[in-house]
Write a protein that binds this ligand. Structure first.
Ligand code: PEP
Ligand code: MG
Length: 571
């Protein structure tokens, strides 16, 4: 078979080889079509009816939640879906396919859906599009209730248990959450940006990963052999013995962390200590972090515990998870309260449709609208904390009120819980994320109020530069070395100095060795990064005097263009 090379942008490093597993974003594409034997018709119909019943219950629940939180008008869509689902002719046609053609429920449902689509095509345009969306939505719910919990990774290759390379159009948080314990030797995506949540999670896995590989999906099939060189930015489809032997000694070594940071910091040559903290999204990440000798978790993204779930995890389950995180980390864990919205959607919490989700209901902005979910999370975090030190931080804050009100909520819940259990309030710290320009303008007020601050540069750059963080058409505009970004970072650190509060940079830029040096030069002393970045930033910081970084930062602050800054950085 002919070997082919494609180019991409490295998200991590390392070289991986494995069989292609094509990620099917849409559960409708991934649904397992099959046939049944004649003696299984009754069982199959029962399986279908159970799934339809469960789907009906889900739709009724969604109707209730949305009409309570928003309005019955906005919830009406769920009623319309319920009518189709309970229409005897729709169900009857699926049952006929099961008994007449001996199709499994998934295949029968998809065939009937196709017939409906053909009919809808005869309707006027807008109306037709909406009805197609409706029927697809219903089918997705039913397939999910027939047992397909994750849409993407279901091909025969993945299920054989051999090492796989996941190939996808987009790198989404659900793709990464759905990997589970599959042996993944690489990830290749057609689209994706460096700071989308899917990319951040992929980096945390430490496997070779590339984004921006043009039409990779059209160039491979499930089971094809693929070699990913995430250091050089190449992908070989059907690589052949010659290419494989070129990488022989470096295959599937993953991205390694070599250096140990015994005390959780790295020093410049003249002895200035820069605290290194780690970003994590699950318990597994913590074992890698401990191997590098890093103690504190500067950002634990709690929302990944909620993604890919049918139901909100209960308080007891959350307590167990948070306790495990607290107990496995050597130092203090900073839990970020639920930050959903934007590219992080929860299956069990339907959000109203929004034109610009990144400018809409996100982070702290959803807490008033969905008070139960955040109350439960805070309860669980405090119960898990008990006597141990814990930090909690609040995402996407734009006004001082948002911070103060959420902090009050935490303390009110703490007061309630303290009546029944021992929770030490003195080692609970509540901090604020700085991610929105409004918070930069109010930085002195936030520094006075919060116990600590943490700069989420992934979002801050998005909002300062006005470029969606998942957009890969405006890479230069979203470059962290843009003069406006550097100056914003300088203003923040200068305006918080007086308060004496700790301020950490926890966005992806802190893991870039060159940028880490600039951050030190600007005055930052705490960086929270993906554990695979420790080696790179440790090497740069320890090889220079703090004055070198300061001089470079000063020069950069005087430059007016990205090109000039890049030249100074390179020089
Ligand atoms: C950030 O915005 O920089 C951040 C750390 O949070 P997230 O990437 O999860 O939005
Ligand atoms: Mg953020």
């Amino acid at each position: 078979m002919e070997s082919k090379t494609l180019k991409g942008k490295p998200l991590t490093g390392g070289i991986g080889i494995g069989r292609v597993c094509l990620y099917k974003e849409d559960i409708l594409e991934a649904a397992p079509r099959g046939r049944i034997s004649a003696d299984k018709v009754d069982d199959e119909k029962k399986r279908l009816l159970d799934a339809l019943k469960k789907t009906g219950e889900g739709l009724r629940e969604s109707y209730k939640v949305v009409s309570n939180k928003l309005s019955s008008l906005e919830a009406e869509v769920f009623n319309a879906h319920l009518m189709i689902l309970e229409d005897s002719s729709f169900v009857g046609k699926i049952e006929e396919k099961i008994s007449g053609e001996l199709l499994n429920s998934e295949a029968a449902l998809l065939d009937v859906k196709k017939v409906y689509e053909e009919k809808f095509k005869l309707l006027p345009n807008d109306y037709f599009r909406e009805r197609i969306n409706d029927i697809n939505d219903i089918a997705r719910r039913v397939i999910n209730n027939l047992g397909l919990k994750h849409s993407g990774i279901t091909c025969a290759t993945c299920n054989k248990g051999c090492p796989i390379i996941i190939v996808a159009k987009d790198l989404t948080p659900s793709l990464i959450s759905g990997i589970g314990d599959k042996k993944v030797n690489g990830i290749v995506a057609q689209r994706g940006s460096f700071v989308s949540h899917g990319a951040i999670l992929a980096r945390a896995l430490g496997v070779p990963a590339l984004i921006g590989v043009d039409n990779i999906v059209g160039n491979v099939y499930c089971g094809a052999e693929l070699l990913v060189d995430a250091s050089g930015g190449d992908v070989w489809v059907n690589p052949g013995p010659e290419i494989i032997s070129r990488f022989k000694n470096r295959l599937n070594t993953g991205v390694c962390v070599k250096r140990k940071y015994g005390s959780g910091y790295v020093s410049t040559k003249d002895g200035v200590n820069v605290g290194l903290l780690a970003n994590a999204g699950n318990v597994k990440d913590i074992s890698i972090i401990k191997k590098c000798g890093i103690n504190d978790i500067g950002l634990f993204r709690t929302e990944f515990i909620f993604i890919e779930r049918e139901k909100e995890p209960g308080i007891d389950e959350q307590v167990k998870i948070y306790k495990k995180v607290i107990d496995s980390a050597e130092g203090t864990v900073t839990f970020r309260l639920l930050d959903i919205g934007g590219d992080k959607v929860l299956d069990f919490l339907p959000m109203p449709e929004q034109e610009n989700p990144n400018l809409g209901l996100r982070g702290v902005r959803i807490y008033d609208r969905y008070p139960d979910i955040i109350t439960n999370q805070i309860k669980a975090l405090l119960m898990a904390k008990g006597e141990k030190p814990v930090k909690i931080m609040i995402p996407m804050v734009s006004t001082v009120d948002e911070f103060v009100n959420t902090r009050k909520k935490v303390y009110d819940i703490l007061d309630e819980l303290k009546k029944e259990r021992r929770i030490n309030p003195d080692n609970l710290k509540i901090g604020c994320m700085i991610e929105v320009p409004a918070a930069v303008y109010l930085i002195r007020e936030f520094a006075a109020e919060a116990d600590f601050l943490s700069i989420g540069t992934n979002d801050l750059i998005q909002y300062v530069m006005g470029v969606d963080r998942a957009n890969n058409f405006l890479v230069d505009l979203a470059d962290p070395f843009q003069p406006a970004v550097i100056r914003v970072l300088k203003d923040i650190v200068d305006n918080t100095k007086e308060s004496g509060k700790d301020i950490t940079v926890c966005g992806e830029i802190a893991g870039d060795p060159e940028m880490a040096g600039i951050l030190v030069g600007l005055g930052y002393r705490h960086l929270s990064v993906n554990p695979y970045s420790f080696d790179g930033i440790g090497e740069v910081i320890s090889a220079h005097e703090s004055g070198d970084f300061e001089r470079k930062a000063d020069k950069i602050l005087k430059a007016n263009t990205l090109e000039d800054i890049k030249e100074i950085v390179a020089g």
